[in-house]
Ligand binder design. Structure first.
Ligand SMILES: NC(=O)c1ccc[n+]([C@@H]2O[C@H](COP(=O)([O-])OP(=O)(O)OC[C@H]3O[C@@H](n4cnc5c(N)ncnc54)[C@H](O)[C@@H]3O)[C@@H](O)[C@H]2O)c1
Length: 245
């Protein structure tokens, strides 16, 4: 299988897009570490993978906490010998117009969505440079377009795109690739919060006339993690049903 003997860590993978990515990588032979702030949910996600015959581990991890990430990644690399694939997927929204957005909501979104990518990539950089590896970051079309009511989220996702290109440039000569995916509107707990009116407007703007499924994103991430994309680095691949073109 594509990921036989590969160790993958997916952040924010207790549910949603992250869990779908974990399932896909596991179904293709990877040992998948579920890393999520929600410990019970991470444990049950990992058990679900194992009951489907895959190899899996889990850890409670707040990706926004630099020291905690460094410690936990070190322990995981010792336990599993290396981590070949890092998918930085954890992310949240705290929407509001700039005039009403609190400093707390700005900081929280930037820390969980963007600083986390620095924290996790830095914590694994040395080990990945020794063995080779792949990083895939989950950005968003909002990071490319901006969006009223999402200053914090847009800035975090735009930052991920710039950080991805920098990781790609710094790590390429050491055998580590870094790419980002930019999903449009994907059906998960994050978008379930939106009103029917907003969802209706989105559908009108999507040529393929449906919201994306977490599995759509997982298929793309799996490709970017595999040797099939061995000559692709520093790219942002949009997956949005044609919404932005
Ligand atoms: N759903 C969409 O339409 C959409 C579109 C574009 C991009 N994205 C991005 O995809 C990623 C996954 O989104 P989703 O829709 O699956 O969201 P979700 O809310 O279903 O899942 C997010 C996961 O991240 C975890 N998490 C939150 N804070 C964390 C922290 N500090 N440390 C570790 N884990 C944490 C949560 O516990 C949860 O398991 C996010 O980065 C999101 O911005 C989603």
């Amino acid at each position: 299988m594509k990921f036989d003997n590969k160790i993958a860590l997916v952040t924010g993978s207790a549910q949603g897009i992250g869990f779908s990515i974990a399932e896909k990588l596991a179904s293709e032979g990877a040992t998948v570490i579920i890393a999520d702030i929600a410990e019970d949910a991470a444990k049950s996600a990992s058990e679900k993978l194992k009951s489907a015959g895959a190899k899996s581990d889990y850890t409670a991890m707040d990706v926004s906490d630099f020291n905690q990430v460094a410690e936990k990644m070190k322990a995981l690399v010792e336990k599993h010998e290396r981590i070949d694939i890092l998918v930085n997927n954890a992310g949240i929204t705290r929407d509001g117009l700039i005039l009403r957005m609190s400093e707390k909501d700005w900081d929280m979104v930037l820390d969980i969505n963007l600083k986390s990518v620095f924290n996790c990539s830095k914590a694994l950089a040395r080990s990945m440079m020794k063995t080779g590896g792949v990083i895939v970051n989950v950005a968003s079309i909002i990071g490319q377009m901006g969006n009223a009511g999402q200053a914090n989220y847009a800035a975090s996702k735009g930052g991920i795109i710039a950080l991805t290109k920098t990781l790609a440039k710094e790590f390429a000569s050491r055998g580590v690739r870094a790419n980002a995916v930019a999903p449009g509107f994907i059906s998960t707990a994050m978008t379930d919060k939106l009103s029917e009116e907003v969802k209706g407007k989105m559908l009108e703007a999507i040529p393929l006339k449906r919201l994306g499924r977490p599995e759509d994103v997982a298929n793309l991430v799996s490709f970017l993690c595999s040797d099939e994309s061995a000559y692709i680095t520093g790219q942002v691949v949009r997956i949005d049903g044609g919404m932005v073109m």
